[in-house]
Design a binder for this molecule. Structure first.
Ligand SMILES: Nc1nc2c(ncn2[C@@H]2O[C@H](COP(=O)(O)OP(=O)(O)OP(=O)(O)O)[C@@H](O)[C@H]2O)c(=O)[nH]1
Length: 369
């Protein structure tokens, strides 16, 4: 059985969350690898390489792998990775006194590490990382009591450059991907909002916008436009007797029939419940009537596989756009009135709003005036 979209999305989200540590692993190896080169350059400048080289090796080379193992073997890899991210900041805090407060690398490492926390999208992580960083910087200062060496040697400056350059590129690339994803998802969201999920026809609000535009176009150009209101006959008993699942399926197939019966330029929507609406721009009465009859006939020929004895019929009201229609509501009212006349005339028929119609019969089915 297929999962509903919301459940599938939830699962995907949970899996992505649990796998955060996997996506961070190579980035941590790269970042810390550059950090290793940088910290070794500073230790060389301050003459501490022999004394503290092992700290560089442990925190910059070994730590990414330990962090990965820690998250992978944890019962909650996501939480473990959040802890790892906080430890990254604490490590950088420790390096500030170890580097004798050497300004350039200290500031760059602190800023880059804090900036990475924003990139995770985890709420306030950057804020929570600051006490650990400051605490370790303070602890290191109290234990080591380093002499400040604020100026950086040329080799330290050179070792700092890749950290700045690669980090800026990574941030730029991530933002680019994010913007593209948001734009794509906004587009998908817009399309989803425009469609009725059950039938695939336009949803009411979007259909109304299109119908409004057709009405305005018809009024300004004097070209004929028609509105068809379609209502399934005796739909309530279908629900009551056969259940809502059958009712839902009936609405879905009727929507499908309407979509397949209109022309490409026509705009078909689900108006609500078992009611559908179609606007046909630049269409004369004969063509509009042909579309209405086609829909009515095809709905009449529909059979649900699980209930072949069920006969669906529909009543359709048609109204031409007219100068007396001040608003879409007026036009809808005209088509609605015609539709109710089709109902009162015995259902399974098309009725044309008097203003734009002449009496006619189509395919042996009376068309009410
Ligand atoms: N299963 C299902 N039922 C719906 C849905 N939307 C509306 N309905 C039901 O459709 C029925 C609409 O009934 P009406 O159009 O008022 O009446 P009717 O029985 O069709 O009678 P006439 O329109 O006079 O022929 C109501 O009982 C609603 O509860 C839906 O999405 N699924």
């Amino acid at each position: 059985m297929t999962e509903p979209p919301q459940t599938a999305a939830k699962h995907q989200g949970a899996t992505a969350r649990a796998n955060t540590y996997r996506s961070i692993y190579p980035l941590r190896i790269l970042g810390m690898g550059l950090g290793f080169w940088l910290t070794c350059s500073v230790l060389m400048q301050t003459g501490d390489l022999a004394r503290f080289g092992w700290v560089s090796l442990l925190t910059m080379v070994l730590w990414p792998h330990l962090a990965y193992l820690h998250a992978r073997t944890s019962r909650d890899p996501y939480r473990a990775e959040v802890r790892n991210l906080l430890i990254d900041s604490a490590i950088v805090g420790l390096w500030i006194p170890l580097m004798h407060f050497n300004l350039l690398p200290s500031v760059v490492l602190a800023v880059v590490t804090t900036h990475d926390k924003f990139g995770t999208g985890i709420k306030r992580l950057w804020l929570y990382s600051l006490p650990g960083m400051a605490g370790m910087a303070l602890l290191g200062t109290l234990i080591l009591r380093p002499e400040p060496v604020l100026a950086s040697s040329l080799s330290v400056i050179i070792a700092t450059l890749p950290v700045i350059a690669l980090h800026s590129l990574a941030v730029g690339f991530t933002s680019y991907r994010l913007i593209r994803t948001v734009a794509r998802q906004n587009q998908q969201l817009k399309e989803l909002r425009q469609r009725d999920a059950q039938t695939g026809l336009f949803a009411r609000a979007h259909w109304q916008e299109q119908a409004q535009a057709v009405l305005e176009g018809a009024r300004s150009t004097d070209r004929p436009a028609w509105l068809l209101m379609i209502d399934i006959d005796h739909f309530k008993p279908i629900n009551d007797i056969h259940g809502h699942t059958v009712g839902d399926e009936a609405i879905r197939v009727v929507g499908e029939v309407i979509r397949e019966s209109v022309r490409e330029a026509d705009c078909a929507g689900r108006y609500g419940g078992d009611e559908f609406a179609v606007v046909c721009a630049d269409t004369d009465e004969a063509h509009a009537l042909a579309i209405a009859q086609r829909i009515r006939e095809r709905i009449g020929a529909l059979r649900l596989p699980e209930l072949p004895e069920l006969q669906l019929t529909s009543s359709i009201g048609m109204a031409q756009a007219h100068s007396s229609h001040q608003s879409l509501r007026d036009w809808l009212n005209s088509a609605d009135m015609a539709m109710y006349r089709a109902k009162h005339g015995g259902r399974n028929r098309v009725a044309v709003e008097p203003q734009g119609s002449r009496m006619r019969a189509a395919d042996g089915v009376p068309v009410l005036e």
